[in-house]
Design a protein around this ligand. Structure first.
Ligand SMILES: Cc1cc2nc3c(=O)[nH]c(=O)nc-3n(C[C@H](O)[C@H](O)[C@H](O)COP(=O)(O)OP(=O)(O)OC[C@H]3O[C@@H](n4cnc5c(N)ncnc54)[C@H](O)[C@@H]3O)c2cc1C
Length: 469
């Protein structure tokens, strides 16, 4: 057995990731965890059958095979929850700093403006703040859902579509939320200007430590294939006139839109000014269903034209990623609206619900404007002008609450480890204080003075020689 450390990484260096290789090492059979699958003494592999009471449960016994995925799905759910935390920490630093940092003057030319009052800064940051809250509800939802499915698996009442559905949900969400969070944290760093480049801002360490998440537990560019593999079965079921068996599934929300698309019926109320949250959510569900159905059609047309299954699948990967992302955005917004704005058991009052609603709308509009082509290309939306205008209104609505909303996360200064994101806002004192701990600043003049600079200054560089100028 050979072991070692893999060496320094871009971040996450408090974790000593190692390597290990085995050469002719025998591990006793009793060391194998054999709750759901067994290897006998002759080396034969077999699955253990679950003890379901209903005939459907027995028929769905193969769902037990999916239990192997549960641990991975649980880790993905934890990763989704932590996406919220990391994004919220980065937002706390950048939004507090943006409220303290003043640049330029107001219209009267007298008062300096906090950079957070510039709509460009708001456009970069406030959707990230909104997402950090949306991701919080999504992480909680995913954990709850997994617990339910796991319980059903253990008592033998799990249905295969339910298990594969939660696999698609967790894969789509992990892939999209960690990509969005990593990109968003980098945007937070850039939005701090030059000071974001300081290690003492806390952002480089926070961001580089986070960066593993798009890769681990299912690479983010691989996971969409898993999502689409599951959802293509739903398309096939709806094409055959079914879909009701998906009622308890996350993907059931796509069914009415898939039916509409497959039947070729155009919607009478295609939005051009969908300002209500429900109609915006419908637009996201419709877009996810349309992109999914078009992947199914593309795949079929490739195979009909004699392309091999492997090559046809490869041909569709880019469109699969687009469909998976749109499904993730739909799920996040649905959960945000249901759990963050319409949930009576959430212990917040009407004013807080209003703030959460403002943020859900902001995030939806931001995503819609970013991918406006998806909503326009088949004529579902007639224009995006209304959404761009509504987005600007949303930014100004959320702006006054930005700092209280990051304060509400209640991250301690100890945890943020940031000169820029301090609760008291004393940014410049903190930066100066951090510089005092630098080895180069321990002596005055600095260590370069005696050996190098002194002879250039004392006596003068040009004292012995004439200037060539
Ligand atoms: C910090 C850190 C900690 C880790 N910890 C663990 C751990 O504890 N245990 C463990 O087992 N592993 C661990 N990993 C490994 C991690 O699971 C893998 O790095 C990850 O699954 C990606 O696999 P890979 O590195 O082989 O990438 P590759 O498979 O080489 O991928 C390279 C690129 O090719 C693309 N690609 C590959 N195949 C396909 C395909 N079929 N279709 C389309 N695109 C494709 C990928 O998207 C990626 O962009 C860790 C990794 C990191 C960074």
């Amino acid at each position: 057995v050979t072991t070692g450390d893999i060496g320094p990484k871009i971040g996450y260096n408090n974790m000593d990731n190692g390597y290990c290789s085995f050469n002719h090492v025998w591990i006793p059979r009793r060391n194998m965890a054999m709750r759901f699958a067994v290897v006998d003494e002759q080396g034969q592999y077999s699955k253990k059958r679950t003890t379901g009471s209903s005939s459907t449960a027995a028929a769905d016994d193969s769902a037990a095979a999916k239990v192997a995925y549960i641990t991975m799905m649980q880790v993905r759910a934890m990763i989704c929850s932590s996406a919220s935390t990391y994004l919220a920490m980065a937002c706390t630093i950048v939004l507090r700093y943006s409220a303290v940092r003043h640049q330029g003057y107001d219209g009267n030319g007298t008062t300096e403006v906090p950079v957070l009052d510039y709509t460009q800064q708001q456009y970069r940051l406030l959707p990230l703040l909104a997402a950090s809250y949306g991701f919080h509800f999504t992480g909680q939802y995913l954990n709850r859902r997994l617990r339910t499915v796991e319980g059903n698996l253990l008592n033998g009442t799990a249905h295969k579509v339910q298990v594969t559905d939660v696999h698609a949900t967790s894969s789509a969400l992990k892939s999209y939320m960690t990509t969005f969070t990593a990109d968003g944290m980098e945007e937070c760093r850039k939005a701090c200007g030059g000071h974001g480049f300081l290690l003492s801002s806390g952002l480089p360490e926070l961001y580089t430590t986070y960066l593993q998440n798009p890769t681990v537990e299912g690479d983010n560019h691989m996971l969409p294939q898993q999502v689409i593999k599951v959802l293509l079965k739903l398309v096939a079921v709806v094409r055959r006139g079914g879909g009701e068996e998906y009622e308890s599934c996350d993907s059931y929300g796509l069914v009415p839109f898939l039916r509409q698309i497959i039947s070729g019926k155009s919607s009478n109320n295609r939005a051009s000014d969908a300002t209500s949250l429900d109609s915006i959510l419908d637009a996201f569900a419709y877009r996810a269903a349309r992109l999914l159905e078009s992947v199914a059609t593309l795949l079929q047309s490739q195979i009909r034209n004699g392309v091999s299954q492997h090559d046809a699948w490869n041909h569709c990967l880019v469109e699969m990623a687009r469909a998976s992302k749109s499904y993730a955005q739909y799920l996040i917004l649905r959960i945000y609206i249901q759990d963050g704005t319409q949930n009576p058991s959430l212990h917040v009052q009407a004013p807080e619900v209003n703030v959460l609603t403002d943020m859900a709308r902001l995030l939806a509009l931001y995503w819609m404007v970013q991918d406006s082509g998806d909503f326009l290309e088949d004529g579902y939306m007639k224009s995006m002008d209304w959404a761009r205008k509504a987005l600007l209104v949303s930014l100004s609505t959320v702006r006054p609450n930005a700092v209280p909303l990051v304060d509400a996360w209640d991250f301690s200064d100890f945890r943020l480890k940031s000169t820029l994101g301090r609760f008291d806002g004393n940014v410049y004192e903190a930066i100066m204080d951090a510089t005092q701990r630098e080895p180069l600043n321990r002596s005055d003049p600095g260590p370069a003075y005696e050996p190098h600079l002194k002879r250039l200054i004392v006596g003068g560089v040009g004292a012995a020689r004439r200037s060539r100028l």
